[in-house]
Design a protein around this ligand. Structure first.
Ligand SMILES: Nc1nc2c(ncn2[C@@H]2O[C@H](COP(=O)(O)OP(=O)(O)O)[C@@H](O)[C@H]2O)c(=O)[nH]1
Ligand SMILES: [Mg+2]
Length: 377
């Protein structure tokens, strides 16, 4: 499917050529397909893999494109044909930044099954599932070494990453303002199997580029976390953009929301980055497997309890209780696991009602579309 690199190369100077003059850009290795091809990247550069290729019908003429931005009434996509604006047969809210779609030049004809899908329970009293991004390879959970650092919150984000199917990365910013950065890295690195934790000064270009290996050729990295922790600062170093960052109120270490929209942006390392607006309180939904994966040692112990329905309270033969007594399991971690599970169960129930409404809507759209196609024949 993918075309050879260089096919779209031009001799004339284009705006993105100046990227290589951005301070810091000379410190990273520019990929062989060249930064000048970003306006017409080939499919692999955009993150296309066999997972998506397998979904194509052999005789179909529709072309693939990747969603860079979702607006109320249209999608902005990137493709080997350049940037294309598409309308959708259904609500654009059903699409996420990072999604792959097939199109006929102006309309989306199909959304391809996602490799990974990051979603949370939407904020506010109305139950719903809000898509954050799709087809993200690595989720960078950004927190700072100051007051934002919170083990329970990190576990919650790690469950989000595990549920989504993304590789988790914990990035502790503001290491330059903290004496305990190394301790926090060790602590964060123990919160889940698979997680990599690092402490950085996000304002330092070299430090920020330690994230480059996760957003190299064809790789997509998303940044999530509270407001004011340095996500946009990191994005600017990784992409060469200069989006507005925010001043932080020193008293409570809380930031104001400056980043408002999600977008897929090209990185200097040849991959893709999605900066997200700060999340005030992340609520999980449908994340039971993600929670199990993060708390793998507890999940394993549960399997060793004598009774299948052990509540880990006063039952005989409880492996959890034994582990706590032996000092092998931190009772606080057990409490946090319980709390997340309870909350996820509650949220998933209320969201499933909302989802039933969504399915009905989708069906109506499909029927409408079929009718439209019949008419045209
Ligand atoms: N000293 C220091 N300041 C930082 C660091 N990361 C971010 N900041 C500052 O924190 C504020 C918020 O950063 P911003 O990137 O807008 O955070 P976002 O809300 O997560 O996108 C800005 O004033 C940044 O300059 C860091 O590692 N060290
Ligand atoms: Mg921001």
């Amino acid at each position: 499917m993918s075309s050879p690199s260089g096919q779209y190369g031009r001799k004339t100077r284009r705006p993105e050529d100046t990227l290589s003059e951005t301070p810091g850009a000379d410190r990273i290795l520019l990929p062989s397909f060249g930064i000048t091809s970003l306006n017409n990247p080939d499919l692999a550069v955009l993150g296309w893999t066999a997972h998506f290729a397998r979904q194509l019908d052999h005789d179909a003429t529709d072309l693939p494109a990747r969603i860079a931005e979702v607006s109320r009434d249209h999608l902005t996509t990137l493709s080997p044909q350049g940037q294309i604006t598409l309308v959708t047969p259904d609500e654009t809210g059903l699409y996420a930044v990072g999604d792959w779609v097939l199109h006929d030049g102006s309309r989306v004809t199909r959304r391809l099954d996602r490799m990974t899908e990051i979603a949370r329970r939407s904020a506010g009293p109305q139950a719903g599932r809000q898509l954050i991004a799709a087809n993200v390879d690595t989720l960078a959970i950004v927190t700072s070494c100051n007051a934002d650092f919170n083990v329970a919150r990190l576990e919650r984000y790690l469950a989000l990453a595990a549920q989504a199917g993304c590789l988790p990365l914990i990035v502790l910013t503001k290491a330059d303002l903290s004496e305990e950065a190394d301790d926090l890295v060790r602590l964060a690195g123990r919160l889940s199997p698979l997680v990599t934790a690092m402490a950085i000064n996000a304002k330092d270009a070299d430090d920020a580029l330690r994230l480059a290996p996760w957003c190299g050729k064809g790789q997509t990295l998303a940044l999530v976390g509270s407001s004011g922790v340095g996500k946009t600062t990191l994005q600017n170093h990784l992409t060469g953009l200069s989006e507005a960052t925010q001043d932080i109120r020193e008293d409570d270490a809380k930031g104001r929301h400056t980043t408002t929209a999600r977008a897929l942006r090209a990185t200097l390392a040849g991959g893709w980055l999605i900066d997200t607006p700060g999340i005030r309180e992340l609520a999980l939904t449908d994340a039971a497997e993600g929670i199990d994966a993060v708390f793998a040692e507890i999940t394993d112990l549960v399997g060793h309890c004598r009774f299948n329905d052990c509540k880990h309270e006063s039952e005989p033969g409880c492996a959890i209780k034994a582990a706590i007594e032996a000092g092998a399991l931190d009772p606080d971690r057990l409490d946090r696991w319980r709390k997340l599970q309870r909350e996820d169960r509650f949220n998933s129930e209320s969201v499933s009602e909302a989802r039933a409404r969504f399915r009905k809507l989708g069906k109506m759209h499909r029927i409408g579309k079929d009718r439209g196609e019949t008419k045209r024949r």
